[in-house]
Design a protein around this ligand. Structure first.
Ligand code: GDP
Length: 298
């Protein structure tokens, strides 16, 4: 599958090393746990989450009287699956109308992800509209327009330097008059000025609350898996600036840092809803804990 393929470097980095370790070990001893710890930490899973995983593993192996090394591997897989699973991993766009606010730093794949979501929802028969709320970068609205055309959906955009809130305001009214099911709003992603970012986002949320209270609201943060632990820091910063409902994790294809998924789920308690596994319009998948841990422990 595309997921398995995309995760192959992460799998090599994590599972490959774990398998080598398990092959070389016959006894279940403290040294085994320490080496597992090291592999997980270097696999971008993060210190805190690694400790949690290994402690649970130690406890469960004892509790379940696991004597075989294969049993330890299986138990590790179960623990990972447990960490990854959550009830609210589905994109929430019902009841209609819905508004998705997409936030994230420039370059992470925000525009691409919006285009992919738009295309998918359009194919599912939903009426979709995009709002070009990143008015700061000259090319941002143009790029988004190209994706709107590809996806076959409408777009509301103003000129460069326009007030993002005005774009959101207009798009809401346009969405209402055209009976749009899902309005997807792009936003600017300049992190160098955190105060500006917060003010801009809170202004956008105020507009939405006032003009579109009936809409199902979903706020999604886009982060880039290839940046590993750095992506974790972005989540922490945006968590303060916006009421995040979920994460879109992009560029999982070809990165060895896919282990960061575990750190996000376990430490930040924000569900990963969608994953990007390529640059094309169809390269977007729902995050599924089971298939993810299966791809990881192939
Ligand atoms: P933005 O600045 O956040 O809007 O980022 P863009 O959507 O323009 O994407 C930046 C780059 O990342 C582009 O070259 C995209 O093709 C690429 N990209 C986005 N998502 C993915 C993904 O899931 N996989 C890969 N391999 N590339 C991606």
């Amino acid at each position: 599958s595309k997921l398995k393929e995309g995760l192959s470097k992460t799998t090599q980095n994590l599972t490959g090393k774990l398998d080598d370790l398990f092959k070389g070990h016959i006894t279940i001893d403290e040294e085994l746990y320490e080496e597992i710890e090291e592999i997980l930490i270097t696999g971008d899973i993060g210190f805190e989450t690694t400790m949690k995983i290994v402690d649970t593993l130690r406890t469960n192996v004892k509790k379940k009287s696991i004597k075989e090394i294969d049993g330890v591997r299986e138990e590790l897989k179960l623990i990972v699956e447990e960490i990854l699973s959550s009830d609210d991993a589905k994109l929430k766009i019902e009841p209609s109308p819905a508004i998705l606010v997409v936030v994230g730093v420039n370059g992470v794949g925000k525009t691409t992800s919006i285009g992919k979501i738009a295309s998918r929802l359009n194919q599912e028969g939903k009426k979709v509209m995009l709002a070009a709320g990143d008015t700061f970068r000259a090319a941002a609205a143009d790029q988004l327009e190209i994706w709107a055309q590809r996806a076959g959906v409408d777009i509301v955009k103003h000129g460069e330097g326009a007030d993002p809130s005005a774009v959101i305001f207009d798009s809401i009214h346009s969405a209402k008059s055209k009976n749009i099911d899902v309005l997807i709003c792009d936003t600017a992603g300049r992190l160098h000025n955190k105060k500006n970012l917060m003010q801009e986002l809170s202004k956008i949320f105020r507009i939405i609350e006032r003009e579109y209270p009936e809409a199902t609201r979903e706020v999604l943060l886009v982060i880039d898996a290839t940046t590993g632990q750095n992506a974790m820091n972005q989540v922490k910063i945006f968590k303060e600036a916006a009421p995040l409902d979920g994460i879109i994790l992009t560029k999982l294809d070809g990165t060895a840092k896919g282990g960061v998924v575990l750190a996000i789920k376990s430490e930040l308690k924000i569900p990963i809803k969608l994953i990007g596994v390529g640059e094309k319009i169809e390269d977007l998948q729902d995050f599924d804990a089971k298939s993810f841990s299966e791809a990881l422990f192939a």
